[in-house]
Design a binder for this molecule. Structure first.
Ligand code: ZN
Length: 452
């Protein structure tokens, strides 16, 4: 297997001693329990919904699941968390974001509404190059300070594991700066944060002038940036934007093979606009995930279904861009692929911190079932990050990464779309989005009788 580098070794911000916890009075517990790997095809139909289950957490891990009185006996000194009729799920795993950036690009939304396409917006100085210019001017401290409230907002919707990509630096110095910011967030913020190096997010302007300059950038990525990223141990994955006009299949293969050789896992932005063969490349490399896939071909679907590569779909991006064509989630699942959902949180094409909204879009736009969106947002997201044995399930031995929602039935999670229903979350038993363990929840459906 790959030698995976993990900058997120510490479990809690200040290594405090973790209290044993006992979660009681949840109306439902969604476990997503099963083998420590992705759920493929039909396996996604089972989310494991329990009623009247309590959960004991010891040393930051799920210790026992069972009836509250039994667990009360076994864990008599544990701190009781009264879920007051809410729904507990595994902490949500957002496996694709670009959450470290400078200024947002809200001015582009109206230009798109006027009919300008990506190239026209880029010609006016917008698009990803605008984010790159802005990013390069900012200090590490500034970027960190801008990211912190965004991380807290992401957490407030139930996300406890977050992948963040670099890719607005596009120079050795600025990509290392981005990854250092992500490392600081991982060490100091109460969320599980995984860093991906994406120096291959775009070809910088000054390398677009000739074919030679273009190859010089690929050389820079492989020969200079990658070795420094690996030497500093600041990324777990490498990602490439493989799309006509950005990186070709051959360039993506060269970069990802070099990354694999150097010990990084591989991810790819593939087949978003045109079926260029990115999904097939990901499957042939046994990459951790192939992401976007709105334009994936039949061959690409078949290749992913046969592989262990997770198909990560980003329905918020297509929604925000006003595209009618969403990724073929049904065809992927029916063919036997493992599908994950992610927010793609970024300043240009998906400025949302609301991960449960992706579950809504999963059901209403991608025609996925409730169980499929739940497994896509937890266990399959974890598999896309190489964490399938650690998070994404409520099962003995797994990290106590949990999210509590103020609903009485998990079907309400995609139903009340756009609402912030998360009232608390935990990463390895430590507060991620702090829960006020007092008073009453305000469940939205009348059948729910709060017990507190
Ligand atoms: Zn992306």
């Amino acid at each position: 297997m790959h030698r995976l580098l993990n900058p997120t070794a510490k479990n809690t911000p200040d290594d405090q001693v973790l209290k044993d916890l006992l979660f009681v009075n949840a109306s439902q517990v969604v476990t997503c329990a099963g083998p420590a790997r992705s759920r493929k095809g039909r396996e996604m139909r089972e989310a494991g919904i329990l009623k009247n289950a309590a959960i004991a957490v010891s040393d930051g891990r799920i210790a026992m699941i069972g009836a509250a009185p039994d667990l009360m006996n076994a864990y008599s000194s544990a701190e009781v968390v009264d879920c007051r009729g809410g729904v507990l799920t595994p902490g949500l795993v957002d496996s694709h974001t670009h959450a470290v950036f400078g200024k947002p690009r809200f001015e582009e939304q109206e230009l798109r509404a006027e009919g300008l396409d990506y190239m026209e917006i880029a010609t006016r100085g917008g698009g990803i190059h605008a984010s790159v210019r802005d990013f390069r001017e900012r200090s590490e401290d500034e970027l960190y300070d801008l990211a912190v409230p965004r991380i807290r907002e992401l957490a407030s919707y139930g996300t406890t594991t977050l992948e963040i990509k670099s890719g607005y630096g596009l120079s050795v110095e600025d990509e290392l700066k981005a990854l250092r910011v992500i490392g600081r967030l991982a060490a100091r913020q109460p969320m599980r944060i995984i860093a991906t190096w994406m120096g291959a997010h775009e070809i910088p302007h000054d390398y677009r002038t000739s074919h030679e300059r273009r190859s010089a950038y690929i050389d820079l990525l492989v020969e200079q940036m990658l070795p420094q990223v690996v030497a500093q141990g600041i990324a777990r994955f490498a990602d490439v934007f493989c799309e006509p006009g950005v990186f070709t299949i051959d360039e993506a293969r060269r970069i990802l093979e070099a990354a694999r050789e150097a010990g990084l896992g591989q991810k790819i932005h593939a087949d978003e606009l045109k079926p260029a063969g990115g999904a097939e490349l990901a499957a042939s490399l046994n990459a951790a995930s192939a992401d976007h896939l709105a334009a994936i071909s039949e061959k690409g679907i078949a290749a992913l279904a046969k592989s262990d590569t997770v198909a990560t779909l980003l329905p918020g991006t297509m929604l925000f861009l006003g595209k009618s064509k969403q990724a073929p989630a049904r065809a992927l699942i029916d063919a036997g692929a493992a599908v994950a959902l992610a927010s793609d949180f970024n300043p240009g094409t998906s400025p949302t911190v609301n991960f449960p909204l992706m579950l809504t879009l999963g059901v209403s736009q991608l025609r996925m079932s409730l169980a499929e969106v739940l497994t896509a947002a937890t266990v399959n997201g974890a598999a896309a990050l190489g964490f399938a044995g650690e998070t994404g399930q409520i099962a003995p031995g797994f990290a106590a990464d949990l999210a509590l929602f103020a609903i009485g039935d998990v079907r309400e999670l995609p139903y009340w779309y756009g609402a912030r229903l998360c009232v608390g979350s935990w990463k390895a038993g430590a507060p991620c989005h702090p829960y006020e363990n007092v008073g009453k929840l305000n469940p939205r459906s009348p059948e729910v009788v709060p017990t507190g």
